[in-house]
Design a protein around this ligand. Structure first.
Ligand code: CUA
Length: 159
């Protein structure tokens, strides 16, 4: 048996406890708070994706799948989101599909856990259920040029 100094043992114990603590924190966040990993959902041609008829992004906006269940197709371009405003009712669940026609953008929807990159040629997808009435700001959080700070849209959730 190797001799390990008492303080060394305490530090080893502390390091293991810290790792275990972080693992528990990540697990609780993932399952308890519904953290979703934005994975690559699909590929599109950024040159034609905005053409009507070629892809659902040709006519961006909401599609009702069932009462209270929607798909939202949102185009990101320098420097705007299309559509610029989405109106929902409390309790609606929306699966957002984002893509870019030009450069790399980002999206954060305030008050939700939607936060992902938007890359030309790829589709990013995340789902959120809107439980409360109010306004959410859709912000581009990836520097995309001179007008980056003006790139935002709104989601209005009505009671
Ligand atoms: Cu788009 Cu910053």
């Amino acid at each position: 048996m190797i001799h390990i100094d008492r303080y060394e043992k305490i530090w080893i114990g502390f390091s293991i406890a810290m790792l275990a603590g972080l693992l528990i924190a990540v697990t609780v966040m993932a399952f308890g708070y519904g953290i979703q990993l934005p994975v690559e959902f699909g590929r599109v041609d950024p040159k034609t994706v905005a053409t009507p008829g070629v892809s659902p992004f040709g006519e961006p906006g909401l599609r009702e799948l069932a009462p209270g269940k929607y798909d939202a197709y949102v185009l990101a371009q320098a420097w705007r989101f299309t559509p610029n405003e989405i109106r929902l009712k409390v309790g609606d669940t929306v699966t957002f599909y984002f893509t870019s026609t030009d450069v790399q953008h980002g999206v954060k929807i305030t008050g939700t856990n939607i936060n992902m990159m938007i890359l030309p040629g790829q589709v990013s997808r995340l789902t959120h259920k809107f439980e409360n009435a109010g306004e959410h700001v859709v912000i581009c959080h990836e520097y995309c040029g001179a007008g980056h700070h003006t790139m935002f849209a709104k989601i209005i959730v009505e009671p």
